[in-house]
Design a protein around this ligand. Structure first.
Ligand code: NAD
Ligand code: TYD
Length: 343
């Protein structure tokens, strides 16, 4: 593979993609990045305001499922690598309407694969999720060998995309790599996911809607650790391989909720138990030994420090949250939580 000098990143205006672009531009002084983003409700130009005028960065507004646009962009782009973050990413939204998830996550991935293959791009990295493995009981971990058994429309669409990447690698010697990561936390996360939703609600003295018993377990990783893993997989990973990333940091949702409340100095009475998420996966836990041994990667951000920094970031960036939590967000919040919180 050629050294990576020019990279197409998709979905770079979202939570993880924006951190990835920032870190890549910092770490590789000769690297040029083009960011293809549709700017859906989750895409936010403010997330990359600090690099907007960097001459090595360019934003193209567009849809990864737009075959003509993507064919031309990748065909003419001279990219050494394509990294696909673009996705509909929220499980609860996929339960309300799975259509956009199929269109972006599955069709969009197929369009990117076709264009990358045609243009003979040197590396294609598909950013995927541990949720494709389904749910664990009280013991055990997901490894790269765990069978794929997605339970939500979101995870099913991500699994379908992973299978497409696998099939292109198998059938065409396509230079694809898949990474699967556990739950990310950190700055700039859209406040519909557990941690930013609960921080922003608590700051506004609003109820924290805990689904079911609150005893579901997630493995949390700081977004910067995930991005460093993607960067390592892109440069050191083997074509056709899958690499799992996780923080080795399992927490029940209630444990997280109490940590947040304690740090914010808010009362436990803000917790409101609401109807469980349909098909709610019980536990995710990642074995990331393969990435640690083959990519010389390991998670670096200690959980408590990372969480505190994240809380401080949301405290200091109330305007960012306020701008998001208006308009279309209110309609979603009412549809998702209206009945649950009023019962
Ligand atoms: P996000 O929802 O914050 O951002 C998604 C971005 O993709 C937005 O900028 C949005 O505008 C863009 N986008 C959506 N549809 C598009 C389309 N059709 N064409 C172009 N751009 C489009 O998501 P995130 O949390 O940053 O997740 C990024 C990727 O990482 C996703 O593929 C997700 O499945 C995966 N992932 C996320 C987590 C997590 O904890 N958030 C964990 C593991 C894997
Ligand atoms: P989420 O952040 O949506 O990530 P994922 O479903 O992809 O793991 O949810 C994390 C956990 O928090 C999950 O077990 C569902 C739970 N949860 C709540 O209890 N209440 C909420 O309002 C949300 C959004 C999530």
């Amino acid at each position: 593979m050629n050294p990576i000098r020019r990279m197409l990143v998709t979905g770079g205006c979202g939570f993880i993609g924006s951190m990835f672009i920032r870190l890549e531009l910092e770490a590789h002084p000769d690297l040029q990045i083009v960011n293809l983003d549709k700017l859906t409700y989750a895409g936010n130009l403010e997330n990359l305001a600090d690099v907007a005028t960097n001459p090595r960065y360019q934003l193209v507004r567009g849809d990864i499922a737009d075959r003509e646009l993507v064919g031309k962009l990748i065909g003419d782009g001279g990219f050494d690598a394509v990294v696909n973050f673009a996705a509909e990413s929220h499980v609860d939204r996929s339960l309300l309407d799975s259509g956009p998830f199929i269109q972006t996550n599955v069709v969009g991935t197929q369009v990117l694969l076709d264009a990358s293959w045609q243009a003979k791009v040197g590396r294609y990295l598909q950013v995927s999720t541990d949720e494709v493995y389904g749910s664990l009981g009280p013991t055990g971990f997901f490894t790269e060998e765990t069978s794929i058994a997605p339970n939500s429309p979101y995870s099913a669409s991500k699994a379908a995309a992973d299978f497409l990447v696998r099939a292109y690698c198998h059938s065409f010697d396509f230079p694809g790599i898949i990474t699967r990561c556990s739950n990310n936390y950190g700055p700039y996360q859209f406040p519909e996911k557990l941690i930013p939703l609960f921080i922003s609600n608590a700051l506004a003295d609003k109820p924290l809607p805990v689904y079911g018993t609150g005893l579901n377990v997630r493995d949390w990783i700081h977004v910067a650790d995930h991005c460093r893993g993607i960067s390592a997989a892109l440069r050191l990973g083997q074509v056709g391989e899958v690499y799992n990333f996780g923080g080795r940091q399992e927490q029940t949702n209630l444990e997280i909720t109490h940590l947040l409340l304690e740090y914010l100095g808010k009362p436990a009475s803000l917790i409101k138990y609401v109807t469980d998420r349909p098909g709610h996966d019980q536990r995710y836990a990642i074995d990331c030994t393969k990435a640690e041994t083959q990519l010389a990667w390991k998670p670096q951000v200690p959980f408590t420090a990372g969480l505190r920094e994240t809380i401080d970031w949301y405290r200091q960036n109330g305007d960012w949250v306020q701008r998001i939590k208006s308009g279309a967000y209110l309609k979603y919040y009412e549809e998702q939580y209206g009945n649950r919180l009023s019962s």
